[in-house]
Design a protein around this ligand. Sequence first.
Ligand SMILES: [Zn+2]
Length: 140
Amino acid sequence: MFTIKSDHELSEAGYEKIIEWMRSVLPEGNKLKENFYAVKSMMKPLGLGYQEIDICPNFYMLYYLENAELTECMTCGHSRYKPRTGKGKTLVTYKKLRYFPVTPRLQRLFMSPRTAEHMTWHQSHDAVDGVMVHPSNGET
Ligand SMILES: [Zn+2]
């Protein structure tokens, strides 16, 4: 269901309406998560999560590591946050970068023996000398 949401750019509200309908037709005691937030929470330990990093709307810098606390771009001077529209509202950034760390994704691929076999094909595949094949055992 999460994949369908993503593939068809389904809104969170649309996703939750479908989940609500599915829960109404499924038998009592089903394990379908009740909303999008619950699904996201379930997916995070699987390594499908991402890190959000605030960035300059003109793409000059990341508000990351030693620059994490800055509120204006060091190059163009653009503000990091949109002007507050109401009293007590939280700060909203102009632009965010979504960083998908590669290590947990690779670890997830190696969790399944079937996908791990595909991931190690280049190492385990034997090429026959003199026959043009995919260069599975070359140094590069
Ligand atoms: Zn900037």
